[in-house]
Design a protein. Sequence first.
Length: 365
Amino acid sequence: MRGPAERQAKMLMGVTTEDFVPAGHPIRRVRKLVDEVLVALSPQLTAMYAPDGRYSVPPEHLIKASLLMAFYSIRSERQFCERLQFDLLFKWFLGLNITDNAFDHSTFSKNRKRLVLGQPSRQDPAMLAGGTLRRVRWQAIAMNGIEASTSPPPLPRWFGPRASPDDPAVSALIARVARGAEWADIGGGFNLNLRIDAEPPVVLRIHRPWVRRRRVAGLRRLRERLQRTQVRVARPIRISGCDVLRVADRWAEIEEFIDNVRPRADEDSYVRLFEELGRLHTALKAVWEPSPPEPLDDHRTFGQLRYSVGFTRRRLGPGSEPVVHRMRQLTGELSKLRKEVELPCTPIHGDYKLGNVGELSDGSW
């Protein structure tokens, strides 16, 4: 029997946000841990605000909001506040009622200086001399690091821009490979990845300018070896009779297209993510012998360490100076040891995140 579509909204409903969050949802355990930490931080957070005046948005809400932005990959504070208006799980995590409106996105920027620099209220100058302020400052820096991670920092200039299909050289290569077949950009913020609907379909990948031929060729050799294992990886395909092809100031390659969907973002998927990584590492160990695949790019490991020092300083500001100083000390010591010890070469992994996982039609990853 067909149910009626009721147009009259119910005036009274005896439910709360608690009723809409599944009992087994992993976010419940996260909220419990966060609430315990915030209770311990409450005295320090109180000292950052004046004892009178208009009530602010609770700093606990801002800290929890930053965590949600990191967990759910929300790109901006404005987008978060728009979602908070209708997302009952978000309201539950922050401790809001169903009818509570979301706060304005400008609240983040207005309170960031207070939380990051650990500025106490002017009515409580005694806090300036205590160690409490220093602890709160580092806790606030940690929060700012989470918040910063939700908005990807600009890549260094030497990375160069992502390739564009509108570039004449790239457009000519697409026409040469596609031969009239349809194609589509399948995403990826780092490289240009195009699915070409040939028979069989393939992926044309055009790297950023800084990527060296050794890196591309080394990873292709590794994928070829992995074809002998149970790990499903895309098979490299030669492009115009060559392993890789130079397109203006970039390297391009082709591999088979493996149709996949993104797994559900639940607790079981995250557990399986690490199980699959274990299988991948087992397969890598098996194909690493008797010698690493050649050519192999070491990704300029030491240069990456040096870059991370400046990156940390730029992202966290003056408050990160103690950490930056220690990083410089350790990098200096490693520089001395490097003359006597050869740094290991390892294959380059992608990010360990669910967004980079594909589930095949048979349920395998």
